[in-house]
Design a protein around this ligand. Structure first.
Ligand code: IMP
Ligand code: MG
Length: 170
């Protein structure tokens, strides 16, 4: 059940513009590949890329965590090769960090020129895999968040703002 609104549309839009401006400055002349992690980062990627003022490309990957012990695998890979490309990985939320740790390792093995992380939300309390996060929208407390692409069992992605949810998915 939805509890309280954490960030409204205006606050999200303002922060996304700031991130876009920083990315535009840092990646000028580099034709970065913005690589979103489906599905929940899709709304963020759409807004973020429109706030980036330099030429860039964007693509998506999809991952599945098929068991807690066996780890993570790609269910949709990149469309083009990442070799020699400047990759900006875009996530909606970093929680334990295990998802991105796997993606970072894979992209480095494939010899991307650089790999950096941009996350809309950062929940540091439950981090297992530490990593440098270059661009961060907001830090959040230990609550489950929905809206703006983020779901609880498939629901609430379409909401334009970010809300806390009363429970965590099983
Ligand atoms: P991690 O691998 O534990 O860092 O989990 C990150 C993944 O879990 C991301 O792909 C998120 O989409 C999802 N996730 C983590 N926290 C939330 C949340 O509060 N709401 C919705 N999805 C979340
Ligand atoms: Mg996700």
């Amino acid at each position: 059940m939805i509890q309280e609104q954490l960030f409204d549309e205006a606050a999200i839009a303002a922060r996304v513009r700031e991130l876009g401006a920083a990315i535009s400055k840092d990646y000028a002349g580099k034709n970065p590949m913005i690589l979103g992690v489906l599905t929940s980062s899709a709304v963020f990627v759409g807004d973020l890329t429109r706030s980036i003022e330099i030429p860039c490309e964007f693509d998506f990957i999809a991952l599945s965590r098929y068991s807690d012990t066996e780890g993570i695998r790609f269910i949709k890979d990149t469309t083009a090769s990442v070799e020699g490309r400047h990759i900006l990985l875009v996530e909606d939320t970093i929680d334990t960090g295990l998802t991105l740790q796997y993606v970072l390792k894979t992209l480095r093995e494939r010899q991307a020129a650089s790999v950096e992380i941009c996350t809309l939300l950062d929940r540091k309390q439950r981090r297992i895999a530490g990593m440098d996060v270059k661009y961060r929208g907001f830090e959040i407390p230990d609550v489950f968040v929905v809206g703006y692409g983020l779901d609880y069992q498939g629901r609430y992605r379409e909401l334009p703002a970010l809300y806390s949810h009363g429970s965590w998915p099983k």
